[in-house]
Design a protein around this ligand. Sequence first.
Ligand code: FES
Length: 146
Amino acid sequence: MSIKNLDQLYRSVIMDHYKNPRNKGVLDENNVTVDMNNPTCGDVIHLTLKVEDDIVQDAKFEGEGCSISMASASMMTQMIKGKNTSEAVKIAQVFSDMMLGKDVDDSLDLGDIEALSGVAKFPARIKCATLAWKAIEKGVGQDDEQ
Ligand code: FES
């Protein structure tokens, strides 16, 4: 596939998640809630999780923000559901490495999040893409706040 076609494919994956967000809403039976914002633009995310037996059983988000931040949140919830908390953190770290332009393990199935790889070329947008991933890291207690 040419770079141009790949860019178009990635763009359409991002717009699909933005227009048809997966796991949008608030989980009634949550035991973890996280609120994050991007102070530079005011975008917000409210993440609710149901974590049981160290597994992220369910996840939903609400928020307001640009297409990249909301698409990234949709992809994040899709990706971490059913994972254990350390797997969720690992995926968040892989995503963060991807945003820093680092090579990531080719053997990992990145699913739709690969569509955000191009954001690494636009430093001003990296915070947009990482907002939801900071929320999941915080939510599963890897920031020592829990
Ligand atoms: Fe605010 Fe993207 S412009 S998160």
